[in-house]
Each structure stands twice: as C-alpha cells, then as structure tokens.
Design a protein around this ligand. Structure first.
Ligand code: CA
Length: 224
C-alpha cells in the first residue's frame, strides 16, 4: 500500500511518514500543493493524505484537480480549522474523510485503515456490464442509474452472468452455479428465469445485454 502525504509543516509530515512506515506502508511526501498534484498524477497511490492549508496550491484545489482527472483514489483531508464550512466543502468536492488538527496518530491510522477497507471492497464487490451494475455487498442492481428489483433467484442468476461477461454460459453451467443439487435438469426453468431477467434488465432499453446463443446457451455482453 502506497500513501502520498501532502503537508507543508515539515514536523507533521515527517511524523506521519515515520508512523506510517512503521505500519509497513510506503510513503511519499510533498511539501506543497503543486508537488502533491504532480506526484498524484504520475504515481498510482492507494491513498492520499492532503492538508488544506498549503503553499502554491491549496488542498481544496489539489483535490478538485485530482477528481477532475477521474481518479477515485481515497483522499483523507487534514484541516487545521474545525470549521464545518471547510469540512462540508471538502466532502462536496470529493474527499472521502477528514481529520481536524491536532489529531492523535492512532486516530489517523484508524481512518486510513477504514478507507483501505472501503477501497478493497469496492474493487471486488462491484460488477459492471455496460450501464448495468451490481453490488454484491448490498445486492443492489441498477440499469442506466435506475434501481431494478429482483427476486433472490433472479439476482443469483444475474450475478453469475455478470461474473462471466462475454462468455457462453450453457444451461448445464448455469444450473450448476445457480441451482442446487435438487434441480431437475429436464425442466426449462433456466430459460424461464432468463426470460424473467430479460424483462427486468433489457425491456425498454435499445441495447440488449442478455443474448441467446442458439444451440448453446446465454451470454451477457455490452455489444450488439
Ligand atoms: Ca499546512
């Protein structure tokens, strides 16, 4: 895990670097906003700790420019003033958490760990095919930004599809992964459920995501 600390107070910066390195994180330091933004753009960090009051470019502006370029790196803001205004505008411009100075190192470490956990979760728990998304932690499914209500079996089927995009899934494969041992393979229950899913996922959309592969099975893909 690699962390960028952007902090102009040398004492605070070296205290953070030392403490985080003791926790086995790799740490880079920038002492002003410009340098911080530059490092954030050329390196792939797992987390950025960003002070608000910085020379050359303040923390809010650094944050804004990092987000403009589409980076979703977790950012923990440090603010000297306990002003709600500062905090709210920080969260609005895309920071993930904040800490008011002075803070205890244990507190900072707890926030850092929480942000890492959240980041790892998002990486593995979020599946996407085109404008269809599925969260395996909340079981929320959305198509084109709108929530889709699914039954438990429809959800299980869709999750299996979305874990295997662009791949032909035969009825045998589908039943093995989505149904239990008591499943009777002579029924057409797979086709029935795929049709239920289609009605909820594809109906009303010009682009269909669930495709029938004649004589083989089904495939989910984001192409015509
Ligand atoms: Ca500062």
């Amino acid at each position: 895990m690699r962390i960028l600390v952007v902090e102009d107070e040398k004492k605070v910066a070296s205290f953070l670097k030392k403490g985080l390195e003791e926790e086995h994180y790799a740490v880079d330091i920038a002492f002003d906003g410009e340098e911080g933004l530059f490092l954030a753009q050329i390196n792939e960090y797992d987390l950025i700790i960003l002070d608000i009051m910085l020379p050359k470019l303040d923390g809010m502006e650094v944050l804004r420019r990092i987000r403009i370029h589409g980076s979703s790196v977790p950012i923990l803001m440090l603010t000297a003033k306990d002003s709600t205004e500062n905090i709210i505008s920080g969260l609005d411009s895309g920071s993930d958490d904040y800490l008011t100075k002075p803070f205890a190192f244990a507190e900072l470490l707890a926030r850092v760990r929480a942000l890492f956990r959240r980041k790892m979760k998002e990486k593995t728990d979020f599946l996407r095919v085109g404008d269809l998304s599925l969260s395996t932690s909340t079981h929320q499914v959305k198509r084109g930004g709108r929530e889709v209500e699914l039954t438990a079996k429809e959800y299980a089927l869709l999750e299996y599809f979305m874990r295997n995009p662009n791949r032909i899934l035969t009825r045998t494969l589908i039943t093995e992964h989505v149904w239990d041992y008591h499943f009777d393979p002579s029924t057409n229950v797979v086709d029935v459920y795929v049709n239920y899913l289609r009605k909820k996922i594809d109906r009303g959309f010009e682009k269909k995501l669930i495709h029938t592969i004649r004589g083989s099975g089904y495939m989910i893909k984001d192409e015509p």
